[in-house]
Design a protein around this ligand. Structure first.
Ligand code: FAD
Length: 514
């Protein structure tokens, strides 16, 4: 089963690398064998060989680079800070990394653009909260959503309603009066350093010296991301935070594998936590829970009792009263999809459509497997466009490359703004790359509504700018929005505070322990 999952996700990843080359970037990852370590050389060699075979064999979309076995001396030459004593060798294999928020926003924009080109009405709403069902109306379902910005409640009518609310799936079911549990949330934290501290040129797969779990240090341009942890989580789903113990767990192994780097709290520029929407599985540790996805039809009374919802799950005891599927849990034309991984989002969408078609909820004219494996509209293959014009207005190569990476063809809209109004090419703060033109692009083309949208969901500023500089930048953006768009300053001040509160919660342990 897990081999099928690896095959599925690597195939999707290989397709994404060709469909969105600016955003889904190949990354070499080194795995070391050390004297006395759990991962001996032969095991690593077999693992990378099999991984490559599973990823590429009979697949139309291939991984761009091939694995290599490495001698100890080669690793030392490639990575100056790595522990040299006891190093036996290892291997490098290739995966990718992506800014998940940008992948999401580009996919939404692409879907809307494709619908428009086919004259199909499609809408995407953000900040719209599902609050409950109304009774059925002429074989349609009516759901109520609350606009969290404008405050109004709206009724939306459809043939079928799909609950794809990730870690909030169970909360959504509660709103629909369904007492059933699907999700086992686990927390994962990342800490971020400037790359010049670890100097890692590649990613590393590391085994924790505390519990033998696997985690990574990843190179993303000028930054090293270290993570993630994987621990059961039963607190507020909206506000997971990185705590001292999470950070210490990661640093213990980092300082063992990169002893000369001597990383301390002072080197950490940011930290964040997320919650994985894993599907409940009985008696398994956090890391062992499968990353497979499920589709569940709430209208079917004879549906096989889910093995994920047995009463005696030790992780689910406190919710045990809910863990049965009773006749009271049925709702017509209501489907839940969850679990899985970001990498396979397209496949999950396709599986959902096929499920809806097979069960008579939708009647689509054409529905073939892999129909959506197409290039994204924003994919950039030709980079030399605009070169001369850009030179004239002083756009540096560094900024040009950053914009293409970040926005694909959208970068050319940003460059247009700057050519027409060079003031928009200015940064908010000298030592951080974000310009005013980008913020205008976020509002005009990317449905941004808040300061957090800009800093956490359209860029990775929450990760890349030191936590002590965040307020300065957020306030400058707020002032700019007041001047440029005439937005309400009080509303923006509230948004700044809510953003800073989240940054502060994730870095509280750093400020208290420096
Ligand atoms: C630390 C960490 C590391 C990870 N690493 C990887 C990785 O390396 N590779 C990988 O492929 N995946 C990874 N994942 C998993 C990946 O992020 C998730 O599988 C993916 O984001 C789940 O997508 P989703 O659409 O199901 O849920 P989400 O992305 O959570 O989307 C659910 C949406 O529903 C909305 N929502 C919730 N309640 C309501 C409501 N009442 N009304 C309206 N909307 C609502 C939310 O606002 C949200 O936008 C990682 C996750 C974490 C936390």
């Amino acid at each position: 089963g897990e081999i099928k999952l690896v095959r599925e996700s690597t195939t999707e990843r290989n397709w994404l690398t060709s469909a969105l080359p600016n955003l889904v970037r190949p990354l070499g990852g080194i795995v070391n064998a050390d004297e006395g370590g759990k991962d001996y050389l032969a095991k690593i060699k077999i693992a990378v060989f099999l991984y490559d075979l599973i990823s590429n064999f009979l697949s139309k979309y291939k991984n761009k680079n091939k694995y290599r076995y490495l001698k100890a001396q080669q690793i030392i030459e490639m990575e100056s800070e790595v522990k040299k004593e006891g190093l036996l060798g290892g291997a490098i294999y290739y995966d990718t990394n992506v800014d998940d928020s940008r992948l999401t926003i580009e996919t939404i924009k692409d879907a809307l653009a494709i619908s428009k080109s086919k004259k199909i009405d499609s809408y995407a709403f953000s900040y719209c909260k599902f609050i409950g069902f109304d009774k059925n109306e002429n074989h349609h379902k009516v759901v109520y959503v609350q606009d969290r910005v404008g405050g109004l409640t709206h009724a939306i009518k459809g043939k079928v309603v799909v609950n794809a609310t990730g870690i909030w799936i169970d909360e959504t079911l509660e709103k629909a009066n369904i007492k059933q549990r699907f999700i086992r949330p686990t927390k994962g934290v990342h800490i971020i350093l400037k790359n010049q501290r670890l100097k890692n040129n590649h990613a590393f797969g590391l085994r924790s010296i505390d519990d033998g779990r696997f985690f990574f240090v990843i190179r993303r341009e000028d930054y090293s991301y270290i993570g993630t942890t994987d621990t059961d989580y039963n607190e507020n789903l909206d506000e997971p935070v990185c705590e001292k113990k999470d950070c210490d767990y990661l640093l213990n192994t980092i300082n063992f594998v990169f002893p000369d780097a001597k990383i301390t709290y002072k080197d950490i520029i940011s930290a964040y936590a997320g919650v994985r929407p894993l599907i409940l599985e009985e008696g398994k540790s956090e890391s062992a829970v499968s990353r497979k996805h499920i589709i569940y039809d709430h209208s079917k009374s004879n549906q096989k009792k889910s093995k994920y919802n047995k009463k005696d799950s030790k992780y689910n005891q406190k919710n045990s009263e809910y863990n049965h599927i009773s006749e009271y849990n049925h709702i017509d034309r209501f489907i839940t999809i969850g679990g899985g991984k970001l990498t396979i989002f397209r496949k999950m969408g396709e599986d959902l459509l096929i499920f809806l078609q097979k069960n008579g909820y939708l009647k689509l004219k054409t529905l073939k497997r892999n129909i959506s494996k197409k290039d994204y509209l924003i994919a950039v293959k030709e980079k030399n466009l605009y070169k001369d014009e850009l030179n004239k207005v002083g756009i540096t190569k560094q900024y040009f490359d950053y914009c293409i990476r970040q926005y694909g063809k959208g970068a050319f809209i940003i460059f247009d703004y700057i050519i027409k109004n060079p003031e928009l090419g200015k940064r908010f703060i000298e030592d951080y790359i974000l310009t005013k033109a980008e913020v205008v692009y976020h509002f005009n083309y990317e449905m941004a509504l808040t300061i957090s949208d800009i800093l956490e969901r359209r860029t990775e500023t929450n990760c890349h700018l030191h936590y002590e500089r965040q307020r300065e930048l957020a306030e400058k953006i707020a002032n700019f929005l007041v001047d440029f768009y005439g937005f309400n300053i009080d509303e923006l001040k509230t948004q700044v505070e809510s953003y800073i509160e989240r940054i502060d919660k994730n870095t509280k342990f750093l400020r208290e322990n420096l």
